[in-house]
Design a protein around this ligand. Structure first.
Ligand SMILES: Cc1cc2nc3c(=O)[nH]c(=O)nc-3n(C[C@H](O)[C@H](O)[C@H](O)COP(=O)(O)OP(=O)(O)OC[C@H]3O[C@@H](n4cnc5c(N)ncnc54)[C@H](O)[C@@H]3O)c2cc1C
Length: 358
């Protein structure tokens, strides 16, 4: 038993009390395999080490990405301006007194995955990224709610407003969602879209003309802009640490976020964060984006569902009737329960419930 406890402390130096470097040296894989299964797996991963990018390779990678404009919507983009840190900066912060050391990428991977899985978030604040983004104002309004970033935005008091508005193609108009008051439903018919798009164009043209004529008449730019539409593009530098960026991406890549900002978040994540921080990105997808969070109530529903299925010798996917019999007692008397709906969706995604064919 003593052996196991000591080995655990050696495995995870972040929470271990201060020790000398010699004491912290990683035990051999053979010793690890004698320990708890989780640490045996960590050891297996660590044995398959690769080399990190050299400083020169990293610089070349960053330079290749820097200022590359990844298009979003019809006239927007995201681009990398600067980055501080890489996957190993997070590891370095976690193993605060270790320095660069001689550890391999696979060691980093094990630790980063552990940190992200257990929401040990501060090491991720050690990396920072600065972007330049071009975004329509309606989207930007949602974006700037994320207070943990630093922003410097194009000023329409000093300069003429950017002469570009986000337009919607005839086949891109969406109906109001029936089940979610905040969201979109199905695509609207294209004939209807054609008229919406042409109406949009004449409105945007007119508002731009009014703006330009105010400017030509000598109205101050800060006042002339007030009737520009929310579809007008703005540009800004946006700098944020990796922890808060992942929080932004988790919220804004999610299906509950508006499609337009989702496209920006996805471009930031897939085009820029993924290549710069591949291990963090992989962990983020595994433990945040593609993970299922089960509440106490959800777990109890699953337990009741499985117990009743075992008694009937039934295999999944189970029916809606089975689900309703196993639901939380507090939901049972309700015609509509958002929590029950969320639980149902999770169980469908896990393959435990039938997915109705509409
Ligand atoms: C799908 C969706 C729908 C939304 N709908 C609405 C809506 O209808 N109306 C609306 O007003 N907003 C809405 N929002 C915005 C939302 O409420 C948040 O303001 C936004 O997502 C920023 O999140 P955040 O505060 O966690 O992020 P950040 O501002 O980046 O903050 C990150 C974290 O830092 C901490 N933090 C930052 N500032 C403070 C502070 N002052 N005090 C304490 N802790 C702090 C918090 O832990 C916070 O989670 C919506 C967001 C989403 C994703």
């Amino acid at each position: 038993m003593t052996f196991v406890v000591i080995t655990v402390m050696l495995c995870y130096p972040v929470t271990a009390p201060a020790k000398t470097v010699k004491q912290r040296r990683r035990p051999t894989c053979t010793i690890f395999r004698l320990c708890l299964p989780e640490f045996a797996q960590m050891a297996t991963n660590e044995c398959h080490g690769e080399d990190r990018l050299s400083a020169e390779q990293r610089l070349a990678q960053v330079n290749q990405l820097r200022w590359q404009k990844f298009p979003v919507l019809d006239d927007g983009f995201v681009c990398l301006v600067d980055v501080m840190g890489d996957d190993s900066s997070i590891v370095q912060a976690a193993r605060v007194s270790y320095g660069e050391g001689t550890r391999k990428v696979s060691d980093d991977r094990t630790l980063i995955r552990y940190l992200l899985r257990h929401r040990h978030t501060t090491p991720f604040e050690m990396a920072e990224i600065k972007f330049l983004v071009r975004v329509p104002m309606d989207c930007w309004r949602q974006w700037v709610r994320h207070r943990t970033a630093n922003i410097n935005e194009y000023s329409t008091r000093y300069s003429l407003a950017i002469d570009a508005s986000q337009t919607t193609q005839a086949d891109q108009w969406r109906s109001q969602a029936e089940s979610n008051r905040q969201g979109s439903g199905q695509a609207l018919p294209e004939v209807m879209g054609q008229s919406l798009t042409s109406e949009e164009k004449s409105l945007q043209d007119q508002l731009r003309r009014v703006y330009q004529s105010r400017i030509d008449t000598g109205v101050a730019r800060e006042q002339a802009r007030k009737d520009l539409p929310l579809s007008t593009y703005t540009e800004a530098y946006w700098k944020i640490d990796l922890h808060n960026l992942l929080h932004f991406l988790a919220l804004r890549m999610d299906s509950h976020a508006q499609l337009e900002i989702r496209q920006y978040a996805t471009a930031l994540g897939e085009k820029i964060v993924a290549p710069l921080f591949p291990i963090v990105w992989e962990s983020f997808l595994d433990y945040r984006m593609n993970a299922t969070f089960l509440t106490r109530l959800d777990s109890a529903v699953i337990q009741r569902l499985m117990a009743s299925a075992a008694a009937k010798n039934a295999a999944p996917p189970y029916s809606e009737t089975d689900f309703l019999s196993a639901q939380d007692p507090a939901w049972a008397g309700m015609n509509r329960s958002r929590e029950r709906d969320e639980c149902r969706t999770k169980l469908q995604n896990l393959g435990l419930l039938e997915i109705p064919i509409h």
